[in-house]
Design a protein around this ligand. Structure first.
Ligand code: FMN
Length: 163
């Protein structure tokens, strides 16, 4: 049987979507049928055997990648990733708070795997207000995405999801 996996993501500035596509490529390479889609373009989860969801961190919260689908997801294996600059800071307190935010965004689902990936901050793509906010908190600027770490995480998902 072909296993169908959905990688659903939320994004404001694109970096989470690119991570979702990278994870999707890894799952396809493992022989699964994979769709990668922004949550707002998805109309049903019917037909999927597993779902990977990802959302960016903004102001301490994760943009919800699955929201209205939580009821349907209660019966499927799910995995979740958050994307932000907290992993770049390597600040333990920020990491704990960010993991809590990720948990909260997927609760009451119990993902087989949850992780935070370092994201990207490109000030030229931000609104004036967003830019001022990131300057105020002295956010690191740049693309910190670790494609090897993303691929390695995705590679382990089918086993963890018992697919
Ligand atoms: C206004 C603003 C607030 C942010 N707040 C957080 C935050 O609370 N924690 C964090 O780790 N990263 C934070 N970030 C960094 C984003 O999560 C990071 O840029 C991420 O890669 C954005 O994902 P996207 O491109 O998919 O929207 C913030 C970025 C902006 C512009």
């Amino acid at each position: 049987m072909v296993v169908r996996i959905l990688v659903a993501y939320a994004t404001r500035n694109g970096s989470t979507g690119e991570i979702a596509h990278a994870a999707g490529r890894e799952l396809s390479a493992a022989g699964h049928a994979v769709d990668v889609a922004e949550l707002k373009t998805i109309s049903t989860l019917a037909g999927y055997n597993a779902v990977v969801m990802g959302g960016p961190l903004y102001m301490g919260s994760i943009d919800d990648a699955v929201g209205k689908y939580k009821d349907q997801l209660a019966h499927l294996p799910v995995a979740a990733f958050g994307v932000g600059l907290a992993p770049v800071s390597k600040d333990a307190k920020q990491m704990v708070e960010s993991m809590k935010a990720l948990h909260a965004s997927v609760a009451p689902l119990q993902p087989v795997a949850e992780t935070l990936f370092a994201g990207k901050l490109d000030p030229s793509r931000l609104s004036f207000v967003q830019r001022k906010m990131t300057e105020f908190v002295k956010s690191p600027v740049g693309d910190f995405r670790d494609w090897n770490a993303i691929a390695a995480w995705a590679k382990e998902l089918p086993g963890k999801m018992k697919l």
